[in-house]
Design a protein around this ligand. Structure first.
Ligand code: ZDP
Length: 281
């Protein structure tokens, strides 16, 4: 007993949020995070997010542990939840909250902005495309990985890789519902061409401005949504000439809107972030 937490979700991608603003080290160890994320023996979540003190020219720092205890560089749905969490804390403490934040992450400074509608729009920064930056040993280190064949489960898949700070491998398919994600996901995740493992997205282009996505997340398995994955998938769609620079992504947990700015190459993601409940554990 003793640590206060709140649970939030962004399109069913759910996180335990901890007020870690007064201490530079996370309040939980990765092993404790695994236990808290367990849906039968714990609170249940896809990850634990720590709202830590600012570093450099930012307002706060975000760190996240996946439900398997590994630490990803970034988390798109998670950072919307963290912005909502900070706004809720600030409102409780001072009666008002700031409309936007600069948050230090392992993927650089990420900036969420609160919309009047209640949605959160996040400047997710620029995608990284070179094989060495993903990282993957597919192709050559200093070239992009666009539409290259990858052998998984005895089948050849045409894949495109994009880093949003964390690594993603995207495959375009006719029908996402027909993909056996449960068995394919782990084989992509642990494929030897991905030294830091990989998040895996399957995308069905319904229209150039409307994509359907299913995801197998590194360290978390099947989730209902993935913000960094949605951004990476839109970039992959543009690189393959399959979609517009602005599109709706339909995920099992709901829709995200993603735009890839032509002027500064930043990705902007808009979607919900909601409080589920709070407690103490
Ligand atoms: O890169 C990883 O290990 C992911 N599992 C991190 C979490 C990504 C997330 N789903 C998102 O929305 O970007 C939270």
């Amino acid at each position: 007993m003793g640590i206060a937490f709140r649970k939030y979700h962004g399109l069913g991608n759910d996180f335990i949020l901890l007020d870690n603003r007064h201490q530079p080290e996370p309040l939980l160890t990765p092993e404790e995070a695994v236990q808290w994320c367990d849906r039968h023996f714990g609170i249940g979540a896809d990850g634990v997010i720590f709202a830590l003190p600012a570093q450099g020219d930012t307002d706060y720092t975000m760190r996240i542990f996946n439900s398997d205890g590994s630490e990803p560089e970034m988390c798109g749905n998670g950072i919307r939840c963290m912005a909502r969490f900070l706004a809720d804390l600030e409102t409780a403490e001072t009666g008002s909250a700031r409309p936007n934040y600069r948050i230090h992450t392992l993927a650089g400074v990420i900036s969420p902005r609160m919309e009047v509608s209640g949605d959160v729009t996040v400047d997710m920064g620029v995608p990284r495309l070179l094989a060495a930056e993903i990282p993957t040993t597919l192709g050559t280190p200093d070239s992009k990985v666009i539409d290259l064949p990858l052998e998984v489960a005895g089948q050849s898949w045409q894949v495109t890789c994009v880093s949003m700070g964390n690594p993603h491998c995207i495959t375009f398919v006719e029908d996402v519902a027909a993909i056996p994600l449960e068995t394919l996901g782990p084989q992509f995740e642990h494929h030897p061409v991905f030294p830091k493992r990989i998040n895996t997205e399957f995308i069905q282009v319904v229209r150039p401005d409307y994509l359907k996505m299913r995801v197998w997340e590194r360290g978390a398995g099947i989730t209902l949504a993935c913000g960094t994955g949605a951004c990476a998938s839109l970039v992959a769609g543009v690189l393959n000439g399959k979609c517009d620079r602005s599109a709706t992504l339909e995920l099992p947990g709901g829709n995200l809107h993603i735009t890839w700015s032509e002027t500064d190459q930043h990705l902007f993601m808009t979607g919900p972030a909601e409080l589920v409940f709070m407690g103490e554990a």
